[in-house]
Ligand binder design. Sequence first.
Ligand code: ATP
Length: 433
Amino acid sequence: MENIVSLCKRRGFIFQSSGIYGGINGCWDFGPLGVELKRNLKEDWWYNFVGQRDDIVGLDASIIMHPKVWEASGHLDEFHDMLVDCKECKKRFREDHLETEVCPDCGGEFTEPRTFNMMLKTRLGANDATAVETYLRPETCQAIFANFKEVYTSSRMQVPFGIAQVGKAFRNEINPRNFIFRSREFEQMEIEFFCKAEDEDKFFEEWKTHIWQWYLDIGLDEDKMRWYSHPQESLSHYSSRTEDVEYEFPFGWGELQGLANRGNFDLTQHTKFSGKDLSYFDPQTNERFMPSVIEPSAGADRTAMAILCNSYEEEEVGDKGDTRVVMKIHPRLAPIKAAVLPLVKKDGIAELAQDFERKLRKKFNTFYDQSGAIGRRYRRMDEAGTPFCICVDYDTKEDGTVTVRDRDSMEQVRMPMDDVAAYVQGKCSFERD
Ligand code: ATP
């Protein structure tokens, strides 16, 4: 894990937030490579679950909502963790994360457990007396429920259908830890799939297949993934069934995505609290009913972290015992798709390479590097997870061909410059076979 964290900082994937002030716990910043990786994974998710389906539409709602939303959703009463304090060192712990009866740090005795609401409060309005107190959303889905009627009437969608959203969520986690795994500000990628009550189990099973497949499509190793089924007594207040996809991180198994059967809890609650009827009228059967909801809820940051952990490899290369660090990020998600490297700077080779890089840049993310020995430049690109390195050399001047080096196999093939863009695009496309 330390090697991955250090590579993330060194190469500009992830930095601690406000690092120059000593950092702030539970908040992280994605650097130049990290932001590209995260954008790609969110775009691939959207491509796969919204763009390629005719039964899902998107939404991008406000982070701050009417405070009543959080009363209706149950978050005001139910969204808490049980906390205990160590009587000796005063450190605070989540009761469900403890494996010992006494403080793991100093052996001290604990206080009685008490509840701690995890929503982050904020205030809207300039005047202290009239400002409205509300919350930064702890999950993105409540805006989907609140907009359910607007969406289906404006888009003319019919149940069964889904609404997808990607956006920030905030939780005042008691012990943010394990790098970006448990943060206080993070991004979720959520779908609320509305269906008839009798179809809940059918769609639950379908969604299990779809979400599992997506992790394989973005390159996670299947033997590092598993399903965890929540026992009845540990289900959230809105769920009758929840199964999580877990990934085996270097620190152990951790949740990547939760799949929940929320029934009609949320639409019923918002109907009650807002006084607006959120039931659905089925034009085919002339029936009115409150749809049930199957919810796949994934974290973008945790997915990014799983990708980084899954991609990191140290390999021995050559026969001199040299090692290379290589990030085997799926080409679909790789921050830089191709690096253009002139073999030498002289004899017009650098200019030729630069011109070529400018052409490729119009189609996908590229990087130009002419400094240092070619082997060192390849290694730098291996660490950045760049799937293809294109070397421009003397033969390029003669016959217009370049070598394309594959990051994972390190094999090089020679091809005409004109073929390179289509070759790289073919490997990096979101399109599935
Ligand atoms: P955990 O049990 O790990 O606290 P959760 O069950 O509360 O997570 P959900 O409410 O199901 O999580 O949220 C859906 C997804 O949002 C999670 O699968 C995870 O990917 C992401 N997520 C939730 N909390 C955090 C967090 N604190 N930091 C980063 N991602 C998070």
